[in-house]
Design a protein around this ligand. Structure first.
Ligand SMILES: [Zn+2]
Length: 848
């Protein structure tokens, strides 16, 4: 015969499991699920199972009557579960609500069902909370002694059910534990412990964890309910429903056994009462069999909860979805990863800091309503993780995972909503809720406020996306004179603009800090000198330059390396522009006329105009204000002259994973696509492009004044190549970021292996890219010192990792592993230094 089965509270912890069990029978019986909540995903699932869903509450008598009147079995699982467990947490208002729903609601259920209907009612072991002494194996006939609202109303319910003359089974549940897709239920001890274990955290055992508990596995509880509901021989009975009785310590030890990375902390305070346990003898006599056990359930919870998302998901931004716009305004929707029960409304003044803490178990969800802030976070479970920053704009929801330290630096007056699950004033505050952790101090706040680059340098877009984070890093070329000299660290992170395809760093460091005294001499590199000799020959021919008449400017002229070939060909009319005092001085001494300063508007009058050729090699990424630099170049150019820019090529950086040419001097990362977009704003034409091989892959672009110049085929072709490569697709950049993180893991592992033979590890070369790489990898003491040919660098220290830079004389024997950090010169270095080591390794070769 077709039966009608009703599950009240179907979307709850036990209800969910019971529905699952009934999903197999919903085609031959009528199964109705009731809940006061409506969770669209879950309701859809119930309907797929052919289970009817009705939304409604226990206080709605008509509603209950309509659905329950002809029911054969009713599972009454509804009630408020967010209850106080200790007296001081309870409050009158909440108590009234609990009592009202529990007592009135249960009366309504009793009044709605027919005599032939069987009511399955879960009561609780908590009705014995008033026991003064430790008591084991309490049997069903023991008199209840409730104290708080929750247990008192359960005891009252039991009494009224028994007196109702209806058919019933009451199940007094132990603490129900187990994994559920509905909720983590971390207020239950085994679930809380499993959660902590899944995060490699620490379980605190008060009084040595000697307290005893009766437990029941979630699925068995649901199974037992069905067993009772359908067993015609069992009527008007009360059973204890518990599987095992264990100490708190035993549960902690099971967790530790499953995940040895977690720890247990024990305190020795006195416990007056160890608690009590329930006997399940009567239940077992009915023939019901438990199928699950504590260890398996704990293992399942730990496994499911430790499936930690990759680094990028430690904190992520969600934008509003399913937007609806009309003339009244806009509606945006945010789907939350878990239910919340508390909203905090928080406003914050510009220039202040909040958070600086982490949540061991909770996920944090913040919706920014007004203003803007920089969010800084760091994974505390991975000691090699770096600190990451990003901008949160109006309308962004950010979700921060447990055990991720975070801080907010407000760049505007802001209002945000804190969407919380659980209570702010949790009894475990300081243990499992919120733990202080200073991630951003006053000094760092100042640095972030002063240096953060929020808008796209080219188009002004504020919603930039992250390509890669290389952590907090020192300025790569500012070598330290003393090992422990002060050294400021700044985030080194690349962002991508989906609007104009520009890539830039998340911060802008004052160029004076980086370029006023520069230790890198371009001329010391033979291949560089050769590159510029070839280039000069090519330009003289292509633009028919004459050594008598032509005027040539080199922007960022370093020690004059690009102008020297012209000088050698008797060009007299040449000018270098170089901000580094030491380099300008050196060039002038070598008879290459050089203006010491930045190419910017306030200096433009001091520089002679009408240049036939303006070169800018490896500088067109070295400024925050590239627009001004471009304008200045155009204003110095003769109307028929040409600007030739050489700049590192983003396509190579991404393809070859040369993340180590990301450093603070390089404010910007160019593709031809983004350069074309950039030059559209000027009265100029970018008409030709070539790929060249300096700096591991660069491009050389040619620009003329005016918008009507003929654009050569090379442009069209390279743009096509870039499009095909995915330069306009954020996924390309994301993949790059992931691969770079993988490189870090690999290098750390390989360096460890290299060290395992007991030999010294010595570095060779200290270019800026080595500073980036070593700091990113977190490799410091592993390397004894670094050999360097550039005398200006000898005796100094690589900032951040503090590795000494020395003359090669310091290498006393060949019995070492020589790791070449200037990897682009690997072959030369190996060839020219055979006497230094038996084993040369390129750092690049450690990346896989
Ligand atoms: Zn842009």
């Amino acid at each position: 015969m077709r039966k009608k089965i009703v599950i009240i509270g179907a979307l709850g912890y036990i209800g969910t499991e019971l529905c699952k069990i009934y999903s197999g029978e919903s085609w031959k019986n009528s199964v109705v699920a009731i809940d006061s909540r409506f969770v669209s995903e879950r309701v859809t699932q119930l309907r797929d199972w052919n289970i009817e869903f009705q939304q409604g509450g226990l206080l709605d008598k008509d509603f209950l009557k309509k659905i329950l009147a002809d029911a054969d079995i009713v599972y009454h699982l509804a009630g408020i579960t967010d209850v106080a467990y200790v007296k001081k947490d309870s409050n009158t208002e909440q108590d009234e609500k609990i009592k009202n729903i529990a007592i009135e609601g249960t009366r309504n259920v009793l009044n709605s069902i027919d005599k032939k209907c069987k009511l399955i009612f879960p009561s609780t072991h908590v009705i014995y909370e008033g026991l003064k002494e430790t008591k084991r194996n309490i049997e069903e006939n023991e008199k209840p002694c409730p104290i708080l609202a929750y247990s008192s109303s359960k005891a009252q319910n039991e009494k009224e059910i028994r007196e109702s003359k209806k058919n019933y089974v009451i199940l007094r549940l132990g603490s129900v534990y187990g994994y559920s897709t509905d909720t983590m239920r971390i207020n239950i001890m085994p679930n809380l412990f499993s959660k902590i274990a899944s995060l490699n955290g620490t379980i605190s055992l008060f009084s040595g964890g000697k307290q005893i508990k009766s437990l029941a596995p979630l699925i068995d509880v649901a199974r037992c309910m069905k067993f009772m509901g359908e067993n015609k021989k069992i009527n008007n009975e009360t059973f204890n429903l518990t599987k095992e009785s264990v100490t708190v310590k035993e549960v902690a030890e099971i967790c530790k056994k499953i995940n040895p990375k977690m720890s247990i902390k024990t305190t020795d305070d006195e416990t007056p009462n160890l608690g009590y346990t329930l006997s399940n003898k009567k239940l077992l006599k009915t023939g019901f069999k438990f199928l699950y056990n504590l260890e398996d359930s704990v293992r399942e919870m730990i496994t499911m909860w430790s499936k930690r998302n990759s680094n990028e998901n430690l904190e992520y931004i969600k934008k509003g979805e399913k937007e609806f716009k009309d003339k009244r305004g806009k509606i945006s929707n945010y789907e939350l990863p878990e239910p919340i029960n508390l909203v905090g409304y928080i406003d914050s003044k510009k220039g202040t800091v909040r958070a600086n803490h982490f949540h061991p178990i909770q996920e944090q969800k913040v919706l920014l309503v007004r203003g803007q802030f920089i969010s800084i976070y760091q994974d505390l479970l991975n000691k090699n993780s770096s600190k990451v920053t990003h901008v949160v704009n109006e309308g962004d929801l950010i979700v921060t995972k447990p055990n991720v330290a975070h801080a907010m630096v407000f760049t505007k007056d802001s209002i945000f909503l804190n969407l919380v699950r659980g209570e702010r004033e949790h009894k475990n505050y300081g243990i499992t809720h919120t733990v202080k952790h200073i991630l951003v101090d006053e000094k760092e706040k100042k640095i972030l406020m002063e240096n953060y680059k929020i808008d796209c340098r080219c188009c002004g877009n504020k919603n930039l996306r992250r390509v890669v984070s290389l952590g907090y890093q020192p300025l790569a070329n500012n070598l330290l004179t003393k090992k422990n000299s002060d050294c400021e660290l700044y985030p080194l992170e690349m962002n991508y603009c989906e609007n104009c395809y520009n890539c830039q760093l998340s911060v802008v460091i004052d160029p004076k800090k980086m370029f006023s005294n520069y230790l890198y001499l371009s001329s010391t590199s033979k291949s560089f000198s050769k590159h510029f000799e070839d280039a000069a020959k090519k330009y003289i021919k292509e633009f028919k330059l004459s050594n008598k008449k032509s005027y040539i400017i080199d922007v960022g002229s370093n020690d004059g390396v690009a102008l020297k070939p012209f000088k050698d060909k008797k060009f007299n009319n040449i000018l270098g522009i170089e901000p580094a005092k030491n380099l300008a001085k050196l060039s002038n001494k070598n008879k290459i006329k050089t203006f010491n300063g930045f190419l910017e508007k306030k200096n433009i009058k001091k520089i002679k105009k009408n240049a036939n050729l303006i070169l800018a090699s490896n500088v067109f990424a070295h400024s925050d204000n590239l627009k001004e630099m471009a304008e200045c170049m155009l204003s110095l150019l003769d109307k028929k002259g040409t600007i030739i820019i050489e700049v590192q090529y983003l396509l190579n950086t991404i393809k070859d994973l040369t993340f180590d040419n990301i450093y603070h001097e390089h404010y910007n990362y160019w593709s031809l696509t983004s350069l074309m977009n950039f030059f559209k704003q000027f009265e100029a034409t970018l008409y030709k492009a070539e790929r060249i091989n300096t700096h591991g892959g660069s491009i050389r672009v040619y620009i003329k004044k005016g918008r009507k110049n003929k654009v050569e085929n090379s442009i069209k072709e390279l743009l096509k190549t870039e499009e095909k490569f995915g330069i306009k697709n954020y996924k390309t950049y994301q993949e790059f970021g992931k691969k770079v993180q993988k490189i870090k893991e690999n290098v750390r592992k390989n360096i460890k292996n290299l060290k395992s033979n007991g030999k010294k590890l010595i570095g060779y070369g200290s270019p800026a890219k080595a500073t980036t790489a070593l700091n990113f990898f977190g490799i410091s003491e592993e390397i004894d010192f670094i050999v360097e040919d550039n005398k200006l660098k000898q005796g100094k220290f690589v900032p951040g990792v503090k590795i000494e830079i020395v003359n090669k004389k310091k290498v006393l024997d060949k019995n070492n592993n020589m790791i070449v950090l200037a990897w682009n010169f690997y072959q030369d270095i190996k060839q020219n230094n055979k006497e230094l080591s038996n084993n040369f390794v390129s750092i690049k070769d450690l990346e896989s």
